[in-house]
Each structure stands twice: as structure tokens, then as C-alpha cells.
Design a protein around this ligand. Structure first.
Ligand SMILES: [Ca+2]
Length: 241
């Protein structure tokens, strides 16, 4: 069979493009909240960092990599909280996703009273009931001199969710929360095997709703991914969806 030039080009396209297409389907996780809007409660109020950019600073794809004094730059979002009072930041994804991890770019060490906060992550399918997905405990032993940038990673066990709440609880002595980027890695559409309980005893539809809950009942220090792991195990045992 004689193959003309045009046909040869088509064959070459198929040979090279098909493998590329397959590899993109199997690609690594994406940051699902890059440039995405978000809500928070309470409003940030730390004087050196608070500005109109607080509405976009957390998902603009820019994270500090050299400065150690995160709280002095406008690209940061900062809160001065009170003992055991959380900061709640919420995201709505375009569709349900399988989530692998959340990364919270903050600062710690203890210098100037700056400690990294506890981070608890909750997920929901309906924005009515939220389920704990994972947690990262605050570092211990504050150093009165040292500060450093810190990217806290919370594994999310491929759990399915569309709505995400990040609950940051600042530790003593000064109760600060500083963050300049939050990244949420996973895949859309969600894997058919990813799961999330459809109800829980944490009910709310806004950052303020969850703030009111956790203000009086702070997130418990569960091991990372504990609840999703338990759910997956129970689901496998009882054939749940
Ligand atoms: Ca800012």
C-alpha cells in the first residue's frame, strides 16, 4: 500500500499523541485551588499584613521562600487570635474531587512569639455536614529567637469532597496565624473508589458556622487521616458507598 505524505503525517500524529494523552490522564495531582476564591472567619486583622490582597493572597500561587518574617509582608494573611479560638478558611471546588494532601505555608520557630498553628482539615459533599479528613499538630518547644518558614502538609487519604474547611488553631503564647499560600492537591473528577461519610455531627455551611462550633469545641488532636481511614475500613467491611 502506498502511503502518501498526508497519511504519513496522520500516522505519526497518532503514534506520538496517543501516549501523550494517556500520560496526561495518569498525571500527578493538581493544585485544585490555584487562583480560586475562598472565604474566612474571622476577618484578618494583623496590621502589617492585612490589605485588600487578603482576598486572593492564599491561592495566588506565590509563596515566600526566603524571608523569615512572614508577618511583615502584605502578601501574607495574618490574624491575632485568642487562646483556643480557631481561624476557619473555606474552599468550594468546581466538582467533587479525590484529595491527596493539603499544604499550608506558614511560619514557626517561636521567635517573637510566632509559633505554627494546629491545622485541621474537614471535607463535605453538601456544605451541610463536615467530616474530619486530617490534622497537623503545632510544633512544640518555642525558641524565643528562631523563626523559619514552614510548609505544613496534611495527608487526605484520597478522600472525596467538594467543600473544604481549614481550621487553624494558634498556640500560646501569642496566638498568631500567618499564612501566605494554601495548596490542595487531588484530582477532578473524583476517583470512583474515593469516599466520604454523608453525615456527621459537625453541621455548618459557612466559615462563621464552623468557627462558632470550634470556638467552644476545638478540633481534637486525632492522628492524620484517622477518620477517613476508619471510614474506609468500615466501608469496606459493610459494603458502604
Ligand atoms: Ca495580605
Amino acid at each position: 500500500m502506498k502511503i502518501n505524505h498526508k497519511t504519513r503525517l496522520r500516522l505519526l500524529s497518532v503514534m506520538f499523541l496517543v501516549p501523550i494523552g494517556i500520560s496526561s490522564v495518569q498525571s500527578a495531582d493538581n493544585n485544585l485551588i490555584l487562583n480560586a476564591p475562598y472565604t474566612y472567619y474571622p476577618n484578618p486583622e494583623y496590621s502589617y499584613s492585612t490589605d485588600a490582597g487578603d482576598k486572593t493572597d492564599l491561592t495566588n500561587g506565590k509563596a515566600l521562600s526566603t524571608l523569615k518574617t512572614m508577618w511583615k509582608v502584605k502578601s501574607t494573611v495574618g490574624w491575632v487570635s485568642k487562646p483556643d479560638v480557631p481561624i476557619v478558611i473555606m474552599f468550594k471546588l468546581k466538582e467533587e474531587a479525590s484529595l491527596s494532601k493539603l499544604m499550608f505555608n506558614t511560619v514557626g520557630g517561636g521567635g517573637s512569639g510566632i509559633m505554627d498553628p494546629d491545622i485541621a482539615v474537614y471535607g463535605s459533599l453538601d456544605n451541610k455536614s463536615y467530616v474530619p479528613l486530617g490534622k497537623s499538630i503545632a510544633s512544640t518547644t518555642p525558641d524565643p529567637i528562631t523563626t523559619y518558614l514552614l510548609k505544613k502538609t496534611i495527608p487526605l487519604q484520597q478522600t472525596r469532597a467538594k467543600y473544604i474547611a481549614v481550621v487553624a488553631t494558634p498556640p500560646a503564647p501569642s496566638y498568631f496565624v500567618f499564612v501566605d499560600e494554601i495548596e490542595l492537591f487531588g484530582n477532578i473528577p473524583a476517583s470512583p473508589s474515593s469516599k466520604l461519610p454523608t453525615s456527621s455531627n459537625i453541621s455548618g455551611s459557612s466559615a462563621k458556622d464552623l468557627y462558632e462550633i470550634f470556638k467552644t469545641n476545638p478540633p481534637k488532636p486525632e492522628p492524620q487521616g484517622f477518620f477517613s481511614g476508619v471510614y474506609q475500613t468500615m466501608s469496606n467491611l459493610f459494603g458502604g458507598k
